[in-house]
Structure formats: C-alpha cells, structure tokens
Design a protein. Structure first.
Length: 227
C-alpha cells in the first residue's frame, strides 16, 4: 500500500513539474515572439516585406496563437476544471476560437512563403491537423464525451505547442550555422518545423497511451495479481 501511495505521489510531482515547465515555456514564447509582430516586426529575422499581405497574415496568426499557447495549459488542470467549471468552459471556447483564427491566417502565410516547398508542406500538415483536432475536441464535448474530448485536446495543444518546440530545435541548429558554411536559415527553419510537428505528435500519442489506455489496463490487473 505504501509503495503504491509513494508511486502515486511521485507521479503527481512529476506531472506538476512537467505542467509547470510547459506553462512557463508557453508563456515565455508568447511573451517574446508575439510582441515584435505588433510593433512592425523590425526584430524578426528574414521577414518578407515584399509579398502583399504576408506580414499582416503573420500578425493575425501570431496574436491568437499566443493566446492559445497561454490559455491551453490551464485546460488540463483537474482542480481548475472542478472548482471553476464555468471559467473552464469560457477559456476553452477562447482557446478553440484562437486556434481556428490562427489556423486560417496561417493558410495564407504558408501559401505565399518564400521559404520553400518543404516548409509549406509542414505548415499545411500542421494547419490541417490543428483544425481537425480542434473540431473533434469541440464535437466530443458537445456530445458530452469528456474522455474523448480530453484526448483530442491533448492532441490539439501538442500542435499548438509546436510554436515552442520549433524555436527550441532552432537553437542548436542556429549555433551550427557559424561552423557549417552551407547551412542557411531556410534549412534550419524547415528542419525545425518538421521536428516540432512530428516530435510533438509522437510525445502526445505516447502520453495518451500511458494516461488513457495503459493506466486502466494496469488497474484491471491489480485485483488479479493480489487475489
């Protein structure tokens, strides 16, 4: 019994540590990378100012994407959902609307970007998955399928969080640009985009399997093992 309690407490501590890390990274990313688009984007590297409407689409995308980044983590806190169900529903609607607006704005910027076809494909896959998982999350909660709603929200926020991991992947690759003459920012951005997309999807699916599929199976095995 004491071993099970200790394991449960350790699991809770790890959960809160990872949640806190996720929330801080989301807040820092939104706080650092969204404001430059609101003041002219002069500090944004390699910003295309020639293509009509490109910068405007980035602004329209960045603001709601930042809101989704910040509000998303709170949707996964059980205590918040239990104590403030009304606020949970409101922030959930704000989150989903932000995702839809950010996705629609990103369609244009992804279509006209001059960073190459590989990056366009990555962004269009991300946009399609972002909208699809948002629609599934909304549909399942409308049908009061809470468990399925949580699973789809995990998948959706994993895609939202790609804005964070993309920049984390960029850090070591940008450092390599000084020592690798042929490596350009375009390649760094493309590789980081694909890594953030695929990596986040794999991590979210692993978490879903462990949290929603493997955990019930383990609980069912306990009586048989002790009987």
């Amino acid at each position: 019994m004491s071993t099970a309690v200790t394991s449960r407490n350790t699991g809770k501590r790890w959960w809160w540590f990872l949640w806190g890390l996720l929330a801080v990274l989301a807040l820092v990313t939104a706080g650092v990378f969204v404001p430059p688009y609101l003041v002219g984007g002069t500090t944004v590297p390699n910003l295309d100012r020639v293509t009509p409407g490109y910068y405007t689409s980035l602004v329209i995308h960045a603001v709601p994407a930042g809101i989704a980044l910040i509000t998303g983590p709170w949707q996964f806190v059980p205590r918040f959902r239990a104590r403030y169900p009304g606020l949970h529903r409101v922030t959930g609607r704000v989150y989903l609307v932000s995702v839809v607006v950010a996705s629609l704005a990103a369609i244009y910027s992804s279509a006209v970007t001059k960073s190459g076809f590989a990056l366009q494909v990555a962004f269009f896959v991300l946009i399609a998955a972002w909208l699809y998982t948002a629609a599934k999350a909304y549909a399942t909660i409308r049908r009061r399928e809470v468990r399925q709603h949580r699973i789809w929200m995990i998948r959706n926020y994993a895609l939202t969080f790609a804005a964070v991991t993309l920049r984390l992947y960029q850090l070591p690759l940008l450092a390599l640009m000084d020592s690798v003459p042929w490596l350009e920012y375009r390649e760094v951005y493309t590789v980081s985009a694909w890594l953030s997309l695929l990596g986040n999807v794999l991590v979210s699916e692993y978490f879903i399997i462990q949290r929603f599929l493997a955990a019930p199976a383990r609980r069912e095995e306990v009586p048989a093992a002790t009987g």
